[in-house]
Design a protein around this ligand. Sequence first.
Ligand code: SAH
Length: 270
Amino acid sequence: MTSADRTSVNALGAFRVVLVETSHPGNIGAAARAMKTMGLRHLYLVNPTGFPGAEATARAAGADDVLYHARVVSDLSDALKDCVLACATTARRREIGGVPRAPRGLAAELLSAAAKGPVALVFGRESSGLNNAEVLQCQLTLEIPANPAYSSLNLASAVQVVGYELRTAVLAGVSGDPDSGEELAGVGELEGLYAHFEAAATALGFHDPEHPKKLMARVRALFGKSRLTHSEVQILRGLLSAGERRAGDLERIQATLTDSPAGGAEQPPG
Ligand code: SAH
């Protein structure tokens, strides 16, 4: 490996592999091994079963340093909040999360985000994958183009393929240079924006939380593909706050009108 190669593979250090509710500890060990062979180091485990344990360590086959440094968290949002981008991996098509893209086509985008901060690659449960709410917490969806009649890879094999594609991309000189100097909004910050959007849309009478339809899934998809910067989120939240204040003003005026006798007209003294 040349020194240029060594520098570029350092870009892989910005990635974190997040395994959600893995039920077989052997898969955690095998995923750690797959990661280390490809130069990925950071492992996050959301509510794993049987970890830490002998089976995971045995299957890691020498990649136990990855396991040793693994962070165990109780909620996916804890693994994502400080990331600048999260990518859900899925073996099946869904109605939400946009059209999934192959890892080769996504590599440049993932690397360019990784030049700005941590990027999460999120993998689902062996039995049922990721649920829709988890996919919606991610801005990108990745699908390994497998045999459509048998598309579900073993969890660690999926980690291997995604890691391989990223490594191949950096070795081929795919640029991880950030497109601009601006700080990207973190995933936790985007969650704050979505919650604020929903509250403001409700206050303005645009959204009915009792009959939500797919509004928030669409809003997530819209902002998720924009790679919003920190300052753009501030602008949007400022606008939402202004809308909320206006909605509050209107509500107070309406309440005054309703409370006062004769629809708010001053009564002549008795
Ligand atoms: N039965 C599950 C698949 C579980 S495989 C389902 O129907 O969704 C475990 C995990 O490996 C998946 O959640 C995904 O993260 C990853 N994976 C498996 N096959 C994949 C593929 N073809 N493309 C992308 N990720 C895949």
